[in-house]
Design a protein around this ligand. Structure first.
Ligand code: PSU
Ligand code: MN
Length: 301
């Protein structure tokens, strides 16, 4: 059997029935540099609290699944070296061997359901990588959305991904993709991708109601909410395009493959934009935390 350790505030929320928002940890260990990663994680948790919900950052520490991290644990994880990146394929092995790892969107969704949490905020999801027709690199996050019932709030997908193909795969898998307050599916650093999201909703209550309707129908799988980055933090796609192209060319020439691809690209993009992309990333994660807290507040247990 496995054990779940809840943080004190998550344990308290579970007894009172207060809304809880799941948060991933791969964004901390593999998605942002130290110390901005820990600063952001703490701000994101505060933003969830400020909007009436309890944050539950998820990770595996020494073979124990943690749902909610105490601040000390979060600070240690953010500075730890060689933390494993855990997706669906890796979670059980990490628990079984007593390892330490950070959960991706897919693994965070699995843990959220085990802890009876329905809403999850992140930055961007994994998806179909550019060049997937030869690399076959498609994130396990997409399959997870098809089978695990969690509403995931993200700022869309980064242009390191092939956004049209990502939307096609989500459609094939029967995942509702919802534009929040706009028709366009957002493109992470930019508000618009030029592609219309299949669904549009304008209130947190509408998103919560659709989640509960899927549950009532017995449909497995979650929903993906595309929440556009705030206008003042946006970076245009034309500014990001050459940076992304350079990071991708370096990944190809260095033979980066498998689960190393996304962390490599994210790290290079941060270096190449000298922090500008990082400020945008922080702004959009906070924005997603706020919306997720509001959705969780509208969700019946
Ligand atoms: N995209 C981002 N930031 C991130 C990630 C993706 O813009 O931090 C992380 C998430 O944890 C996501 C994972 O679940 O990368 C996807 O990795 P892969 O593409 O290897 O499935
Ligand atoms: Mn991949």
């Amino acid at each position: 059997m496995y054990d779940i350790t809840f943080s004190a505030e998550v344990a308290e929320a579970r007894t009172t029935g207060a809304p809880i928002v799941a948060l991933e940890s791969t964004i901390i260990t593999h998605g942002m540099p130290y110390p901005q990663n820990v600063e952001t994680a703490l701000k994101v948790e505060a933003e969830v609290r400020a909007h009436g919900a309890t944050p539950a950052t998820i990770a595996v520490l020494d073979g124990v699944l943690h749902v909610g991290l105490e601040t000390k644990e979060l600070e240690a994880l953010a500075q730890a070296q060689n933390v494993a990146k855990l997706s669906r394929a890796d979670l059980a092995a990490c628990l079984a061997t007593g390892g330490t790892g950070a959960t991706t969107v897919a693994a965070t969704m699995i843990a959220a359901v085990l802890a009876d949490i329905h809403v999850f905020a992140t930055g961007g999801i994994g998806g179909v990588h550019q060049g997937a027709e030869t690399s076959f690199d498609i994130s396990a996050d997409l399959q997870e959305l098809a089978q695990t019932r969690v509403t995931v709030v993200a700022a869309g997908a980064k242009a390191i991904l092939d956004i049209p193909k990502t939307l096609e795969v989500l459609e094939t898998l029967g995942v509702p993709v919802i534009g929040f307050g706009q028709d366009d599916f957002p493109a992470f650093w930019s508000r618009a991708s030029g592609l219309v999201a299949p669904l549009r909703m304008d209130t947190p209550a509408a998103i919560a109601k659709a989640h509960m309707m899927r549950r009532a129908l017995g449909l497995p799988g979650g929903q993906l909410v595309g929440n556009p980055v705030p206008v003042e933090a946006e970076i245009s796609a034309s500014v990001m395009a050459p940076v992304i192209a350079q990071a991708q060319a370096e990944a190809a020439s260095q033979g980066i493959a498998g689960k190393a691809v996304t962390p490599f690209l994210l790290a290079r993009i941060f270096e190449l934009t000298e922090g500008r992309s990082l400020s945008t990333n922080i702004a959009l994660v906070l924005n997603n935390a706020r919306l997720a807290a509001q959705i969780a507040g509208e969700m019946g247990s």
